[in-house]
Design a protein around this ligand. Structure first.
Ligand code: S3P
Length: 196
């Protein structure tokens, strides 16, 4: 399981979709699952049911996705504030997409679909979450000024060199880095340089 975490505007959904497509696995976004189930947007759920109701739904969906089949999962920016959810993430490769507060606001500022943007203490929320994102991350990837494609390539390259990766996923990751490196009859690919 690969999980993307980070603040709003980090690019979790865009990078996650790309990554899933390249790895040939399912993509899921916790916000989208909640919206589909409730038949309403995140903004409407916040407005009509309140944030606590949204957080409850978010916890349930994150737990369900973590128990589900292998996938690339993007979780909402606030999901990691829930300790039991963090515990569930320990079983996954967790990629923290870093974005500065100013850059995040440039990317999502004015998006009416993001209810948190109206919070006067948003900068404090950002500061409070940074160490939490860092603590759950197995990989930290900078996104400043980089297109999603470049971020995705870095994620794939670094994941492929991760110790303890099962042979199947490693082969898929290496073949994404260099399609000529692995031929179907070779089975498990040799480790790329830098591998343990
Ligand atoms: C939130 C982030 C949003 C969404 C909701 C709350 C947050 O997801 O879950 O608006 O608390 O940071 P994204 O991080 O995908 O924008």
């Amino acid at each position: 399981m690969i999980v993307l975490v980070g603040f709003m505007g980090a690019g979790k959904t865009t990078v996650g979709r790309l990554l899933a497509a390249k790895l040939g696995v399912r993509f899921a976004d916790s916000d989208q699952v909640i919206e589909q189930r409730r038949g309403r947007s995140v903004r409407e759920i916040f407005a009509e049911d309140g944030e606590p109701a949204f957080r409850l739904a978010e916890r349930e969906v994150v737990a369900e996705l973590m128990r589900g089949p292998d996938a690339v999962v993007a979780v909402g920016g606030g999901a990691v504030e829930h300790q039991p959810s963090r515990r569930l993430l320990r079983a996954a490769r967790v990629i923290y997409l870093e974005v500065s507060y100013d850059e995040a606001m440039r990317r999502v500022g004015g998006d009416a679909g993001r209810p948190l943007l109206s919070r006067p203490d948003l900068a404090d929320i950002y500061r409070r979450r940074l160490p939490v994102y860092q603590s759950v991350a197995t990989l930290i990837v900078a996104t400043a000024g980089r297109p999603a494609e470049a971020v995705c390539r870095e994620v794939i390259g670094r994941l492929a060199r991760e110790p303890g990766l099962p042979p199947g996923p490693r082969v898929r990751l290496l073949s994404q880095q260099d399609p000529n490196r692995i031929r179907p009859h070779e089975g498990v690919a040799p480790c790329a340089s830098g591998c343990p």
